[in-house]
Design a protein around this ligand. Structure first.
Ligand SMILES: [Fe+2]
Length: 128
């Protein structure tokens, strides 16, 4: 007997993009949960056939999560904006930038590519 009621989320109308984004976020959560479940099962067996199938299915779930994330970016403009800024912020954080420099991205601050942070001084910097 199925545990999930296939009719539990029926609505009397079509969803707005905002409502659909909320639903897709739940789908992403389910995909990530499945990845962790399959990873645990992979760790729990030495059966080569089972491991091959579990690995294949787990990779499919990774792809599903990635596709859903792309869909979220199209349904939720605010999320899409964060996605665009995340790469620059990631670079700044991992290079040791200040909190202010990181938060300046997207607030009119210089994009990471144009930022000169962090300045790395070398012997060449000391030459006139
Ligand atoms: Fe999936």
């Amino acid at each position: 007997m199925p545990q999930t009621n296939p009719f539990h989320s029926l609505t009397p109308r079509k969803l707005t993009d905002s409502e659909l984004a909320r639903s897709i976020r739940l789908n992403i959560e389910a995909e990530l949960d499945a990845i962790n479940l399959y990873a645990a099962h992979l760790d729990a067996t030495d059966n080569p056939e089972a491991k091959a199938i579990l690995q294949h299915v787990m990779d499919e779930e990774r792809e599903h999560a990635a596709l859903f994330w792309q869909l979220i970016a199209r349904l939720d403009p605010a999320q899409a904006q964060h996605d665009r800024e995340a790469s620059a912020k990631y670079q700044l954080i991992t290079r040791g930038a200040s909190h202010e420099a990181v938060e300046a991205v997207g607030e009119g601050g210089a994009p990471a590519e144009e930022s000169n942070f962090p300045k790395r001084f070398t012997v060449g910097n000391l030459r006139p």
